[in-house]
Design a protein around this ligand. Structure first.
Ligand code: NAP
Length: 242
């Protein structure tokens, strides 16, 4: 049976790299995105057969719609990558508006949980041995002082959620893992107010450079694959040594 994968934030950056890599490996992919219809159109043109769905992960009805649209196109979902994430503007924590704090927690934490619930409820009904990979950040461990400690805290929640959920559903044959990227070349840094951030932080990275989205996608695809059949509750660090 064909693997059917939902990737949140699958239209740009790391998520788009996951979409491409999964598509190349024969997965049917439903890629969610928040609002950038032009990027979704580019993905559809590049990868005919991939379904791109506008779906805010922080909204439960949108999450259900994302899974429904993917299943209408391809059949039962068998895997989920919780990749959608936002940082808010770079800066001191005391300056972060409450709307930013709320949105970062809503998208990164609640969104990850809502999508996991949606997948797990479907898998429980069907006895599907599904796999979930959450995308955290090395910020979860490093804390990101002066940049976005609220974002770092949200990613620590994603890692703890991964560990607990993995244990809770292991007996059902479901694996839950996490990839924690270091700084990766995507548009997220421009959105945070510093497009040159990857170059600025490269000196702090033991490998001396920022990473590429494809390097994170490869780790995600490995955790989804049967090669990782005895791996669950893991947080795989992909940060060039940081
Ligand atoms: P990105 O280039 O900004 O792309 C973000 C993607 O997520 C886009 O497809 C965006 O949709 C989507 N998205 C944003 N908010 C959403 C929402 N509420 N509901 C559904 N989709 C939403 O980001 P990225 O750098 O690839 O980051 C992907 C993940 O990796 C995030 O969880 C991020 O925290 C994590 N990460 C990134 C880095 C890094 O250095 N880049 C490092 C560590 C961890 P639109 O196109 O519609 O906006």
């Amino acid at each position: 049976m064909r693997d059917v994968l939902v990737v949140t934030g699958g239209s740009r950056g790391i998520g788009a790299a996951v979409t491409r890599a999964a598509h190349a490996r024969g997965y049917a992919v439903g890629a969610g995105y928040a609002s950038d219809d032009a990027a979704a159109d580019r993905l559809r043109a590049e990868l005919p057969g991939v379904v791109a769905v506008r779906a805010d992960v922080a909204d439960p009805a949108s999450v259900t719609a994302l899974f429904d649209a993917t299943e209408a196109a391809f059949g039962p979902v068998t895997a989920l990558v919780n990749n959608a994430g936002v940082t808010g503007r770079l800066g001191a924590f005391t300056d972060a508006p409450v709307a930013t704090l709320r949105r970062v927690l809503d998208v990164n934490v609640l969104g990850t949980m809502l999508c996991a619930q949606e997948a797990l409820r479907r898998w429980a009904d069907r006895g599907t041995p599904g796999r979930i990979v959450n995308v955290s950040s090395r910020a979860a461990t490093l804390g990101s002082p002066g940049e976005y400690v609220h974002y770092a805290a949200s990613k620590a929640a994603v890692e703890t959620f991964t560990r607990g959920l993995a244990k809770e559903v292991a007996a059902q044959g479901i694996r839950v893992n996490c990839v924690a990227p270091g700084t990766i070349h995507t548009d997220i840094h421009a959105a945070a107010g510093d497009p040159a951030r990857p170059e600025r932080v490269a000196a702090r990275v033991p490998m001396g450079r920022a990473g590429e989205p494809e390097e994170i996608a490869a780790a995600v695809l490995w955790l989804l694959s049967a090669e990782a059949s005895y791996v669950t509750g893991a947080v795989l660090q992909a940060g060039g040594g940081i």
